[in-house]
Design a protein. Structure first.
Length: 319
C-alpha cells in the first residue's frame, strides 16, 4: 500500500515532496503522475467496487448537479441544482454531472488521509480541507474557471481531459470565478484584476489527459476546465490556505477592537474626513507583534466552508 510518508513518488514524483514544493506548490504549475488504479484506491482506503452507484448509496447529503441538462430542468434559470441522491441518480442518467461535496462525511478515512497530507505539506492546523467526489456523464465537464484553493485529483474511472492556462488576470485570487461570468467581478476582485481574460480558452490552454490511476495537482488560481467523452469518476482533496492579507486583517482587527472609539457607529463625517480613523489604524498597526500574527495565523479559518460542512453533516443525520 502506498502512502504519502513512505513513498513520495506516488504523489510528488521522482523529486519527492521538496521537489514538488519547489516546482509546483502552491501556484507555480500543475503536476500529473500516472499510477496503478489499485494503488490509488488503496491509498484512499476505497474498495475496488467504488463507483458512482456506491457513492449515491453511501452519500447522505444533498448532491450538486450541473450541466446543460439542468438548464432545461430549470427553464434556463441555472445550470446547477442541489437535490437528494434519488433525484441526482435520475439527472445523472439524463446526462448531468454530479458533485458530492464534503465526501469525507460518507468516507471518514478520506478526512484522515487529507489531514495527513496537510501535515506533510507543513500547512497550519487550521487549514480547512475536504474531499469532493465528481462524477461526470458523457459530454460532461466543468466550464473554464479558477479557484482560490489548491486541489489534488485522483482519477478513478474513465479518461478525463483537463485544460490549463496560467492566470494573468487575477494573480493569487481570493475567490472563485467562472470565465462566463466575466466582466461581472466582485468589488474586491476588481481591485487586482488586470487585462482581458482568455478569448479562446480551449484553443489556448494546455491539455492534460487523466486515466484511471492518474494523480493531478491543480495549482491555486490557474484557469482550468474539464471535458469527458465517457463516464468519469474522481476523488478530490482540496485545501483552503489562509493568505497573508487574511492573517494581517485578523490581527489588526483584534488590536483595533481594543479602542472604544473605533467601536462607535461610523458617521458621514468619519467617511469624508478619515484622518482620525487613519491615525487609529496606524497606532494599532504599530502595536502588532509577532505574537499577534502567530495568534491570527492559528485562528484564521474558512468560515464559509466550515458552515457548509456543519449544515451538510446535520442534513446527513436527517436522511
Amino acid at each position: 500500500m502506498n502512502n504519502v510518508v513512505s513513498d513520495n513518488g506516488f504523489m510528488f514524483g521522482a523529486g519527492g515532496l521538496q521537489g514538488f514544493i519547489e516546482s509546483c506548490w502552491p501556484d507555480k504549475n500543475y503536476h500529473v503522475l500516472h499510477a496503478e488504479l489499485d494503488d490509488v484506491l488503496s491509498f484512499l482506503s476505497l474498495p475496488g467496487s467504488f463507483s458512482v452507484d456506491t457513492v449515491l448509496q453511501d452519500y447522505k447529503s444533498p448532491v450538486m448537479c450541473y450541466g446543460k441538462k439542468l438548464l432545461e430542468s430549470t427553464e434556463g434559470l441555472s445550470d446547477r441544482l442541489m437535490v437528494n441522491a434519488n433525484k441526482a441518480a435520475k439527472l445523472y442518467a439524463e446526462g448531468a454531472a454530479l458533485e458530492f461535496d464534503f465526501a469525507d462525511l460518507a468516507y471518514e478515512k478520506l478526512y484522515k488521509i487529507g489531514k495527513k497530507l496537510k501535515k506533510n505539506l507543513l500547512l497550519p492546523e487550521n487549514v480547512f480541507h475536504k474531499a469532493i467526489i465528481y462524477a461526470a456523464h458523457k459530454q460532461g465537464g466543468l466550464v473554464p474557471h479558477f479557484d482560490s484553493y489548491v486541489n489534488f485529483v485522483f482519477q478513478i474511472q474513465g479518461e478525463k481531459k483537463w485544460y490549463f492556462m496560467p492566470n494573468e488576470n487575477a494573480l493569487r485570487p481570493l475567490e472563485h470565478l467562472d470565465l462566463k461570468d466575466y466582466p461581472h467581478l466582485s468589488a474586491e476582485m476588481q481591485q487586482y484584476w488586470q487585462g482581458e481574460p482568455p478569448a479562446n480558452f480551449f484553443e489556448q490552454a494546455t491539455e492534460v489527459v487523466l486515466k484511471p490511476g492518474s494523480v493531478l495537482f491543480v495549482p491555486r488560481g490557474w484557469w482550468h476546465a474539464t471535458r469527458s467523452d465517457v463516464e468519469t469518476l474522481a476523488v478530490n482533496l482540496t485545501y483552503s490556505v489562509p493568505t497573508k492579507v487574511e492573517v494581517i486583517l485578523d490581527a489588526l482587527k483584534k488590536e483595533m477592537v481594543k479602542d472604544p472609539a473605533l467601536r462607535e457607529y461610523i458617521t458621514s463625517e468619519d467617511v469624508y474626513h478619515p484622518e482620525k480613523i487613519n491615525e487609529s489604524v496606524i497606532l494599532a498597526t504599530k502595536n502588532l507583534t509577532a505574537d499577534s500574527y502567530q495568534s491570527s495565523y492559528a485562528d484564521v479559518f474558512d468560515n464559509y466552508q466550515a458552515l457548509n460542512y456543519a449544515i451538510r453533516k446535520y442534513m446527513s443525520y436527517l436522511s
